[in-house]
Write a protein that binds this ligand. Structure first.
Ligand SMILES: Cc1cc2nc3c(=O)[nH]c(=O)nc-3n(C[C@H](O)[C@H](O)[C@H](O)COP(=O)(O)O)c2cc1C
Ligand SMILES: Nc1ncnc2c1ncn2[C@@H]1O[C@H](COP(=O)(O)OP(=O)(O)O)[C@@H](O)[C@H]1O
Length: 311
């Protein structure tokens, strides 16, 4: 069971193997780090702990350089719970925290998190203005009782797997390539919200989800699946603002092709898999034209999902 911690819950009492990062998307490079953390924790009889930031520090500290996120917080927590680490510390934006010098940061790991072993990628930078690097972490670490273990780059087709590459691919709708770097299908965990019921009027009822406004995912129509309570349903998905119906807000709308599922708005969470990008969202001349297009989308989705199973 992964316990979620916030800064207010510190210090913790048990000694840990720890790692630090944004871990946006939890890609194959990240997973290698997490695996190492868990392996060493088991061997040394320590707890495994991940420190992650939400929102991405760049979003607040350097918004011009911040682009978008691969997953929302709910999905990130879900992914870490599946990894079954002992503790996930979520650091929400906090000016004091981000102003810690590299030295103070290492002392924070030691004192508040009882970190004995620190696992990070060899390019890891940390502390105010990213002043600390691996060499510095090793030097200071050894003097305060933290063993620092750097991990070599994890690559795919000879280039380093990175969140920024995945962000770029997602924003182009290139899901096959994204899947290869994530080592899984791309999905989001989202809360069910209320739509305005027009879907029912046009004959294609939709489950509405309100995504964060900084998702990298390309807007448009997708083939996918919806999962709820371990059941999987075939779906067509529209991620956009419904220009034909003068929609203003952006939703992820999921239309189930063959089944219905009972969901409570503002309460239930669902898992939505995005399998293949079909087309851009369009402003149609009439609702009739939109309906005809959705029928074609469904036809296409059935063909795709015959071949593309959920895992
Ligand atoms: C597969 C699919 C494709 C869609 N494509 C478009 C589109 O291209 N343009 C558009 O304006 N709306 C599109 N929609 C959105 C519908 O207009 C939307 O489902 C309807 O407005 C329902 O709104 P409501 O959930 O607010 O009731 C699409 C919906 C689905 C399920
Ligand atoms: N492909 C990779 N191989 C090895 N380590 C990686 C890889 N990608 C990220 N890491 C490491 O994972 C940790 C978390 O990275 P993160 O802060 O999310 O950065 P990034 O945006 O580069 O993925 C860092 O220690 C980073 O060095």
């Amino acid at each position: 069971m992964t316990k979620i911690l916030h800064l207010k819950d510190l210090p913790i009492t048990e000694s840990t193997v720890c790692t630090v990062g944004n871990f946006d998307g939890l890609h194959l490079g990240h997973k290698e780090i997490i695996k190492k953390v868990k392996d060493i924790a088991k061997k040394e009889n320590l707890k495994s702990l991940v420190i992650t930031f939400h929102p991405h520090p760049r979003k607040i500290l350097n918004p011009k350089k911040y682009k978008c996120s691969i997953v929302n917080l709910e999905t990130k927590i879900y992914l870490f719970k599946k990894e079954n680490i002992d503790y996930l510390l979520i650091v929400e934006f906090n000016k004091d925290f981000y102003q810690k010098s590299a030295f103070e940061f290492l002392n924070f790991l030691k004192n508040a998190l009882k970190c004995k072993v620190l696992i990070v990628g060899k390019d890891w930078k940390f502390g105010f203005k990213q002043e600390g690097d691996i060499q510095y972490a090793k030097k200071v670490g050894s003097s305060i009782g933290i063993k620092v273990i750097p991990i070599e780059d994890i690559k795919s087709n000879s280039s380093r797997i990175s969140s920024s590459l995945i962000r770029e691919l997602l924003s182009k709708g290139e899901l096959k390539k994204v899947e290869k770097l994530l080592g899984r299908r791309y999905f989001l965990i989202e809360k069910v919200v209320k739509g305005d019921g027009k879907g029912r009027e046009i004959g294609f009822p939709t489950i509405n989800l309100k995504p964060d406004d900084d998702l990298c995912l390309k807007k448009g129509v997708y083939v996918g699946y919806l999962e709820k309570d371990e059941k999987v349903y075939k779906a067509v998905i529209n991620y956009g603002n419904r220009p034909t119906l003068d929609g203003k807000k952006t939703f992820i709308e999921v239309h189930l092709i063959e089944d219905k599922v009972d969901l409570k708005t503002e309460e239930d969470y669902v898992k939505v898999y995005f399998i293949e990008y079909l087309r851009e969202e369009k402003k149609f001349e009439s609702v009739e034209d939109l309906k005809n297009q959705i029928k074609l989308d469904i036809q296409k989705a059935k063909e795709v999902l015959e071949v593309e199973k959920v895992v």
